[in-house]
Write a protein that binds this ligand. Structure first.
Ligand SMILES: [Mn+2]
Length: 321
């Protein structure tokens, strides 16, 4: 079920076994895959006596939809993350930049990078990267299997959170994905409730926000080699009081546009724009995002950009040619 080289798995188990203090770093603007991976690792390491902290540089709080996950007691504020530990593990972060201000914890540290991003830059001292894995939690599941760790209900809850979100509720799967889901569900977790809280729950204010943002959508049929680009812009004014869960949901609606192979959502923040890219089959948006300073997967990627949004759109159109 995994394409991980046996030598990488063995080396990962060795560094994990040797560590009694561990920092697990999740990526900034964390999603359920990075948090689910981090908490599952923390629970497993804590059970075998290690002292573990889990952290992400921003924002300051765990997203609402993830507070019900087991292991949140290991989440530590960024300024309280220890500077000297036996091992730093990063989960679901394709590059050091994705760790934000906590990237400096890698300096001089023994580190294990656990990930599934095609664009991973191999920035640690040890790597467990499977670009064909559905989620980083699927890589963590393979690691647990190799270590002989029994996946119980709490671990399954964390691993399922990453699997169901990164597969888009099992839309983007491969042989083995449903077997992993079956193993996790067989522990007794409530898959429907976990999915509902992570993907299908928004405050009422989400609906008028969608009305404004989707009303701004534009279709450029000639872009992306005439395969079509559709994009929408989410301005700070549009999202007052709404959570990252609402903002991140927009691209899942925009990408359904039949006339466009590529979908983009430009999300305004204090520093500029964070851009989500999606493609259907013909375009590798991981390459596009990497060209623009970001990264990701073949069909799902992102980057950040400053300045005027019209210029950002023009730069994306150019990168897609
Ligand atoms: Mn992921």
């Amino acid at each position: 079920m995994t394409d991980l080289p046996a030598a990488d798995l063995r080396a990962a188990l060795d560094v994990l076994d040797a560590a009694s203090t561990v920092t697990v770093l999740c990526h900034v603007q964390p999603d359920a895959d990075t948090i689910g991976s981090g908490l599952a690792l923390a629970i497993a390491l804590d059970r075998r006596g290690a002292s573990v902290q889990v952290a992400f540089a921003a924002p300051s709080r765990l997203p609402d939809s993830m507070v019900g996950l087991p292991g949140t007691e290991f989440v530590t504020a960024p300024d309280e993350v220890r500077t000297e530990v036996d091992l730093v593990v990063t989960v679901d972060a394709g590059s050091r930049e994705r760790l934000g201000s906590l990237g400096d914890r890698l300096d001089g540290a023994v580190s294990l990078v656990i990930d599934h991003h095609r664009s991973n830059t191999f920035y640690g001292t040890h790597h467990l990267v499977d670009a064909s894995a559905e989620s980083t939690t699927a890589v963590v599941a393979a690691l647990f299997d190799a270590a002989g760790i029994v996946v119980d209900r709490d671990l399954a809850h964390c691993l399922f959170a990453g699997l169901v979100t990164d597969t888009g509720s099992f839309r983007w799967v491969r042989p083995g994905s449903h077997l992993l889901a079956e193993r996790l569900l067989a522990t007794g977790i409530d898959g429907a409730a976990i999915t509902r809280s992570l993907l299908d729950t928004h405050p009422f204010g989400w609906l008028p926000m969608l009305g404004r943002v989707l009303g701004s959508a534009r279709l450029l049929p000639d872009a992306a080699g005439a395969r079509g680009l559709v994009y929408a812009v989410v301005r700070l004014d549009d999202v007052g009081g709404l959570r990252s869960e609402e903002i991140e949901s927009v691209v899942d609606i925009v990408r359904t546009t039949a006339e466009a192979e590529v979908a983009a959502v430009f999300k305004e923040n204090d520093r500029g724009w964070s851009v989500s890219l999606r493609s259907k089959s013909a375009v590798d948006v991981s390459t596009t995002a990497t060209t623009l300073g970001g990264g990701g997967h073949r069909f799902s990627a992102g980057y950040t950009v400053t300045g005027d949004v019209d210029e950002a759109v023009a730069a994306l159109v150019a990168a897609l040619e």
